[in-house]
Design a protein around this ligand. Structure first.
Ligand SMILES: Cc1cc2nc3c(=O)[nH]c(=O)nc-3n(C[C@H](O)[C@H](O)[C@H](O)COP(=O)(O)OP(=O)(O)OC[C@H]3O[C@@H](n4cnc5c(N)ncnc54)[C@H](O)[C@@H]3O)c2cc1C
Length: 417
């Protein structure tokens, strides 16, 4: 891979704003080197609703499957901020690849420094160190992890315990349940499943949430259902059924009961998909400029001279810049125990990026016109992909708004009674 550090202007500005350096620039340059092939292949994965295996071969060969594995475990050691910029750039080239890559990376990002900062007993720390070393070894060797937690209940929204259960048995756990929207289904080597530890004679509690990696080859694990969605079609997010699936003790990605502490004290971990959709937004905006300037190969329709086009482009740019601004600020604020304001900003960031992404794509199609939405061009795919961002639990656009409004009007614990 080349040492070329030429980065796109948006990447350079972001690297500077977040105080990052050459290591991140090098990662972004690598993504930009692979990216044009990803963009080319995206048409096929979208048309067939098939997983981007070739992109993952490229990412694996370039070492990106170990992107957020700590250096002392043989990984590239990228932190949250660096990852967010890589994901953004990946989303620029291929939304589906970035969306699925996010699920893989979460398995390393959530289990490294993030867990180290939480309150764990000495025993939990030692066990976690041994367990994660195994998972990191696999990622360094090129294994792909998915992260299915959605269940068609209120669990993924963080309201109720996960219905998928893990019953402790000799040497490990037996899992039972069902996960919907499991991106990378059929492609992942391991599925990082969120489930509830089954405790006899005790009501299920979110405090007993477990995070367990189920091998794709595990007996009792099946993938069912069709996959023919509106957008992000290459994510292949089918349904996982777990019936009497044994997972050994070291399958745990976090110590028992620690997930809830992580979710409450590190809220920015739920904002990572915003990066993917910021990338899609950037791509739609840049496509529009090229289109109106008559620079799309085979489509020499120059339209930039019309004032309405200029106004629409200005409107798109304002939305894009606003999204970048709140994104950079929220990413810079990501940490353990952020303040109430910082938590609110993270929710506002997720909402702004996801909704502006769709808005910019909508404006792009209206402004470029009929020929721009042909399937031979990427814009109509950006438009369909862009609608998916707001649907991602636990931070859907609606939930972000609910929490922001309530949080602004009520102090913690305050009621009207
Ligand atoms: C392309 C794609 C890929 C995905 N990949 C994954 C993946 O890899 N792993 C994974 O776990 N999930 C994944 N998901 C699933 C996603 O995170 C959501 O779980 C899923 O979209 C929820 O669909 P639902 O119809 O069950 O939502 P529901 O939970 O039924 O929600 C429907 C609507 O009600 C609102 N709502 C729900 N709960 C509340 C609440 N408590 N308060 C207020 N409003 C609420 C939501 O905002 C939403 O608008 C993916 C989704 C898509 C579209």
């Amino acid at each position: 891979m080349s040492r070329n550090l030429d980065a796109a202007p948006s990447s350079l500005a972001a690297v500077r704003a977040l105080g990052l350096g050459e290591e991140t620039l090098r990662l972004l340059a690598q993504i930009d080197e692979m990216g044009p092939a990803f963009a080319e292949r995206a048409f096929r994965y979208d048309a067939d609703a098939s997983f981007p295996f070739e992109n993952y071969d490229d990412l694996r060969a370039a070492g990106f499957l170990k992107l957020c594995v700590p250096k002392r475990h043989g990984g590239l050691g990228a932190d949250y901020r660096s990852y967010m910029l890589v994901s953004q750039r990946l989303g620029f080239w291929c939304g589906t690849t970035a969306n699925t890559f996010n699920m893989h990376v979460a398995n390393s990002l959530w289990t490294a420094d993030l867990v180290d900062g939480l309150d764990l007993s000495r025993k939990q720390r030692d066990e976690h160190e041994a367990h994660r070393a195994l998972h990191y070894r696999r990622m360094v060797a090129g294994a792909l992890y998915a992260q299915p937690f959605s269940e068609a209940s209120s669990a993924a929204a963080g309201v109720s315990p996960f219905g998928t259960t893990a019953k402790p048995v000799d040497g490990g756990f037996v899992l039972e349940g069902r996960k919907i929207f499991a991106s990378l289904s059929g492609a992942a080597d391991y599925y990082g499943v969120l489930c509830t530890e089954a405790k006899s004679r005790k009501k299920a509690s979110r405090r007993d949430t477990m995070f367990v990696a189920v091998p794709a080859t595990a007996e009792g694990l099946t993938i069912v259902g069709d996959w023919d969605p509106l957008g992000m079609r290459g994510t292949v997010s089918r349904t996982l059924v777990l019936k009497n699936v044994f997972v050994p003790e070291d399958g745990q990605l976090m110590p028992r009961g620690i997930y809830i502490q992580a979710a409450m004290r590190w809220p920015h971990m739920f904002m990572t998909l915003a990066a993917t959709y910021l990338g899609v937004m950037q791509a739609a905006y840049e496509f529009t400029l090229q289109y109106l300037r008559g620079e799309i190969p085979g489509m020499p329709v120059k339209r930039r001279m019309y004032p309405t086009k200029q106004i629409a482009v200005a409107e798109m740019l304002v939305k894009l810049e606003l999204a970048w601004a709140i994104f950079l600020r929220a990413v810079a604020e990501a940490k353990l125990d952020p303040s109430e304001d910082e938590r609110a900003r993270a929710l506002a960031c997720q909402f702004t990026v996801m909704e502006h992404c769709n808005e910019v794509c909508r404006l792009a199609i209206r402004t470029c016109g009929g020929q721009s939405m042909l399937k031979s061009l990427p814009l109509e795919r950006y438009y369909r992909d862009s609608r998916c961002g707001s649907l991602m639990l636990p931070w859907t656009a609606e939930i972000c708004m609910d929490r922001l409004g309530r949080g602004a009007l009520y102090r913690p614990g305050e009621t009207d009674a």
